[in-house]
Design a protein around this ligand. Structure first.
Ligand SMILES: [Fe+2]
Ligand SMILES: [Fe+2]
Length: 325
């Protein structure tokens, strides 16, 4: 039964029995009956496109309460929250941080003990900050069979697992959301920002937006990037295309890109230090079928900043190949 037809039936019942009587008889809330009555008064059945705009607005106002209209307009799932800017000031010229991408917490192809070991390594090696360029969580795709590839199913379980592993880092954690995290936003218009939630639950977490965000380190701009484009077979193709696409005047000093699960370092692509961030999820059956490899590991990156410019880069890659059971 369509919603319009159901509302029509409720309105008919309200005419016979009154609002309270119809609500009791049909087992629905009184507000539902009132909404059905408003809807019935507002010329149902006429194609929306045939009506002048003023008439449509009148119908909208008649069919919904003010609170309902506000809720529709506030629909978080339609609002994209992109590119926040964080500032970090430090003394001296050298600064070291860890970059851990595509952790996919909740996927059975991510081993949480490896993620924990990577974070402990960053602590031990003196990383002062952790940067996470997206896909912190595996998310829930809704694809047939995906549920059976999860160690943690659902928002709460994946959020708790991510917080549990990340809180071991002894400094600030800054993160953007990737396409997997954003399924909690888009699927069924759920409107939930899991990465923002995770950051708020960490002792020193900061959410930098969807797909993109910046951290200024003594004035040098380091961008995190995720994106949702498909994988390319040529290793460096994607990061070159990302950097080519940046408008003049909007370029960072360093760009750290997640999403394609590949690792690499390219100095000075359009004067940008380009880091392909790798991943902490091992190759999934989907990737194997697509003949896509996973560069499993993480970066510790030391940069020397002078006058807002990155003048030296010491990137150190830790490979987790062979470290699995
Ligand atoms: Fe990913
Ligand atoms: Fe991704």
């Amino acid at each position: 039964m369509t919603t319009a037809k159901r509302l029509g039936e409720i309105a008919d019942k309200a005419r016979d029995l009154g609002v309270d009587g119809a609500a009791e008889k049909l087992g629905v809330a009184r507000e539902t009956v009132r909404r059905a009555v408003r809807y019935a008064k507002a010329e149902p059945g006429k194609p929306v496109d045939d009506q002048p705009r003023e008439k449509m607005l009148e119908r909208l106002a008649a069919a919904y309460s003010d609170a309902e209209i506000k809720a529709l307009l506030d629909d978080k799932s339609k609002h994209h929250d992109t590119h926040r800017r964080a500032t970090v000031d430090f003394s001296g010229e050298w600064y070291k941080f860890g970059a851990l991408s595509d952790m996919h917490i909740g996927s059975q192809y991510t081993h949480e003990d490896e993620v924990a070991a990577a974070i402990e390594d960053c602590n031990q090696e003196g990383c002062e900050m952790l940067l996470l360029p997206g896909d912190l969580t595996e998310g829930m795709s809704g694809r047939d069979g995906h549920l059976y590839e999860l160690t943690h199913a659902g928002y709460s379980a994946q959020r708790a697992a991510a917080v549990s592993v990340l809180k071991a880092f002894k400094g600030p954690v800054k993160a953007i959301s990737g396409n997997h995290d954003l399924w909690y936003m888009s699927k069924g218009d759920a409107g939930a920002r899991i990465v923002e939630d995770i950051c708020q639950m960490l002792p020193d977490g900061e959410y930098l937006g969807e797909h993109e965000g910046s951290v200024y380190l003594n004035g040098a701009r380091v961008d995190l990037w995720h994106g949702e484009d498909g994988a390319s077979y040529a290793l460096s193709y994607r990061i070159q295309k990302i950097i080519e696409s940046l408008e003049g005047g909007t370029k960072p000093n360093m760009l750290i890109a997640g999403h394609d699960h590949k690792a690499g370092y390219f100095p000075n692509l359009r004067n940008i230090q380009a880091i392909m961030a790798g991943c902490l999820e091992h190759q999934t059956p989907w990737m194997r079928r697509k003949k896509l490899s996973a560069f499993v590991g993480f970066w510790m990156i030391e940069i020397k900043v002078r006058d807002g410019q990155i003048i030296k880069v010491a990137p150190e890659w830790t490979s987790l190949y062979g470290a699995t059971k």
